[in-house]
Design a protein around this ligand. Structure first.
Ligand code: SF4
Length: 284
């Protein structure tokens, strides 16, 4: 049976103006990056975009908000988007990604029909102070642990190539494995002139090693390659190697503030590699 590849899409429903100072993020007000900044997207627009993602094969849809965490207003909006999308689209899982969140709020999201919560560790605990001074890595770890306590699936990964050392990378991967996430988004840093991290310090071979290590340690997880894959795996052969290393899921379409690959090209490539696009989420 051909290996199945799961497609996921993301929607930045509230963009920019975040007071945190994450060095990799164009949505932080500290860096003044030139991006679109807006308040909550109109619900009908979000539904229309969700329908389009489903037509392109997405089985999961991630509702993302910029900012440190979830407050009652954001919670209400995410519940409202979720309710609308779930009413209109079947066989379509909602993932919420709204920063630090309490156990009680996670339970509310689950009640509303959210399947998974995405909270990335981003990098190693030792390296974290170099990329963020406004909140701690431990806070991120604790929040990721709470996701499972609330009965939601945990989606947790991070970004490679932000200047971390090989040792930091090992430490980060170990921490991710300790969380036993259901899916692991693996991103590769995308430099932007406004951001303090000026270049990406990971090459193709190292990126393949990262995917292999995580896939081997978490055989049941979805190994989802996301932002930056269009740079690291930019040829047919390199993309093939990405899947062979253990990737079994990708984010299709655009990312939060950067352009992605055409979803149609992704579908053609997946078929050309001899894989199948998953039509149902297996519940994992
Ligand atoms: S908390 Fe989230 S939105 Fe804010 S700067 Fe950090 S990564 Fe960006």
């Amino acid at each position: 049976m051909a290996k199945k590849i799961f497609l996921c899409a993301i929607n930045n429903v509230l963009s920019g103006n975040c007071l945190e100072d994450c060095a990799f993020c164009t949505q932080s007000v500290h860096h003044g990056a030139k991006i679109a900044r807006y308040k909550f997207k109109d619900e009908k627009l979000v539904l229309q975009e969700a329908k389009r993602a489903k037509e392109l094969g997405a089985l999961g849809y991630c509702l993302v908000t910029a900012g440190k965490g979830l407050d009652s207003k954001k919670l209400e909006k995410i519940i409202s988007y979720t309710t609308l999308i779930k009413k209109e689209l079947s066989n379509f899982q909602i993932i919420a990604c709204n920063g630090t969140v309490s156990l009680e709020m996670l339970k509310e999201l689950k009640k509303a029909g959210v399947t998974s919560y995405n909270h990335n560790l981003e990098t190693a605990q030792s390296y974290y102070p170099k990329i963020c001074s406004t909140h701690s890595w431990q806070e991120r770890y604790n929040c990721a642990q709470n996701v499972k306590k609330a009965g939601l699936k945990l989606c947790s990964g991070g970004i490679f190539g932000m200047g971390e050392s090989k040792e930091d990378r090992e430490e980060f991967i170990k921490a991710l494995i300790s969380l036993k996430p259901d899916s692991v988004p693996i991103n590769f840093y995308i430099p932007n002139e406004a951001l303090p991290i000026k270049k990406r310090n990971i090459e193709f071979d190292e990126a393949i090693e990262v995917i292999k290590k995580i896939a081997k340690a978490l055989p049941k997880a979805k190994i989802m390659v996301a932002g930056g894959r269009e740079h690291l795996f930019d040829t047919f052969e390199k993309e093939k190697a990405m899947y062979e290393a253990g990737a079994n899921a990708i984010v299709i379409g655009d990312y939060l503030t950067t352009k992605g690959v055409s979803a149609l090209q992704d579908q053609e490539r997946i078929q050309a590699f001899g894989y199948e696009i998953a039509r149902e989420c297996d519940g994992k």
